[in-house]
Design a protein around this ligand. Structure first.
Ligand SMILES: [Zn+2]
Length: 395
């Protein structure tokens, strides 16, 4: 059974590790010490990393009562200097302690019980609550209260009790026997086996960066310490870059973007009107150059790279002219698009024309008597309207 020294002393990061046993499995080579300051993964907190002798400690985990230190190479039994990666440990302690504070504040101010939590020192940590929604105002209130508790630099104690009824736990532990208590001075008591800061001021500051809905729960994402600073730097960088691009101050971005959105909306509206007008003129021009076949006027045109939606719009507009049959194609060197349309009262069917024109290319499409559309990959389309007059005559 490994003695867990991190329980009473989360600040020691260097010690002499005596390797008294080894474990070899598919994950690699692990060592057992009589006592350790390395925290193993558990209780929602990830493991410490560091070194034992020349070996890197890449993972630390429980194996029943023993704590296994997984190494990146094999070393012999004996005594070695061991060192825990302090930055990672500190970030884990700060986030874990921050979680205790947040869970306590949510409970005391909004009566919300923490359902689960995940502690991570290098990405936002999370806490889940069983609630439908949380307002921005509630989040801000909780965050401010949490930071107040941090700035008050309250003592955080860790100790064991035999009788759980003797402690005013926020949430009564389900297990009996010896229980480890984490106490935030005059504020909160909870059962926990993790590593925590000695006083809340060590957390630095705490920022809730995001809330999201996960099934029937609300998950909040928060950062503390160096992560909170990094998060601020990231936001500041993004905001300053945007402000520079817009040539305004950071505090003017939202008003400026709102104005831009309105201008864009007006411009899009105007563009739509102009585009419609331009298509009207284009159709008028095409109709004037139509070829007369009996009572019918045929418009054929092959475009390069014309958007199929525009082809269709042109074809639709041509139906406003009496006795017009329009066949409009576009080819981008690889793909053919064809739209056919027939004015009302004409005996020819647009769908029929489409099928007959696509058949030589082995392509398909569909539509009805008035408008049809189709196409696909074709080798060359220069001859596409070669037999149009004949086809119309025989339809
Ligand atoms: Zn804890």
């Amino acid at each position: 059974m490994t003695e867990k020294r991190y329980f009473d002393d989360p600040m020691t990061t260097e010690f002499t590790a005596e390797i008294v046993g080894t474990r070899r499995d598919e994950r690699g080579f692990g060592v057992i010490l009589p006592f350790t300051f390395f925290y193993p993964t558990g209780g929602g907190q990830s493991n410490d990393t560091g070194t034992i002798g020349v070996a890197r400690v890449v993972d630390v985990f429980y194996d029943r009562d023993d704590i296994v230190h997984l190494l990146d190479r094999e070393i012999e039994l004996g005594k070695y200097p061991a060192k825990i990666d302090w930055d990672r440990r500190l970030a884990n302690m700060q986030h874990h302690s921050g979680q205790h504070i947040l869970s306590a504040v949510f409970w005391k101010t909004l009566n919300l019980e923490t359902i689960s939590s995940h502690i991570s020192g290098d990405s936002p940590s999370t806490i889940d609550f069983e609630v439908n929604s949380l307002s921005d105002k509630e989040i801000l209130h909780v965050e401010q209260k949490a930071n107040q508790l941090i700035f008050e630099n309250r003592i955080m104690r860790a100790y064991f009790v035999e009788n759980k009824e003797s402690v005013p736990f926020r949430r009564l532990p389900k297990v009996d026997g010896e229980i480890r208590v984490i106490e935030i001075e005059d504020y909160d008591f909870s059962a926990c086996g993790g590593t925590h800061v000695l006083q809340t001021g060590m957390i630095g500051s705490l920022k809730i960066v995001r809330t999201e809905r996960v099934n029937k729960k609300i998950r909040i994402h928060f950062v503390t310490g160096r992560q909170a600073l990094a998060s601020f730097e990231q936001f500041q960088y993004a905001a300053q870059n945007t402000a520079n691009l817009l040539k305004v101050g950071v505090d003017e971005i939202s008003v400026y973007v709102e104005n831009l959105q309105m201008q864009l909306k007006d411009a899009q509206k105007e563009l739509k009107t102009l585009r419609e007008f331009s298509l009207d003129v284009e159709v008028e021009n095409m109709v004037q150059h139509a070829e007369k076949v009996g009572e019918i006027w045929i418009v054929t045109k092959l475009f390069e790279n014309r958007n199929p939606a525009e082809l269709r719009a042109l074809a639709m507009k041509s139906r406003n002219y009496p006795n017009i049959v329009a066949l409009l194609a576009s080819f981008d060197g690889e793909k053919l698009s064809l739209v056919t349309s027939c004015a009302e009262g004409i005996s020819v069917s647009a769908n029929d024309l489409l099928q007959k024109h696509l058949a030589p290319f082995n392509l398909r499409g569909g539509g009805d008597k008035s408008i049809a559309q189709g196409g696909g990959v074709a080798d060359g389309v220069d001859e596409i309207f070669k037999s149009t007059v004949e086809i119309v005559q025989n339809s």
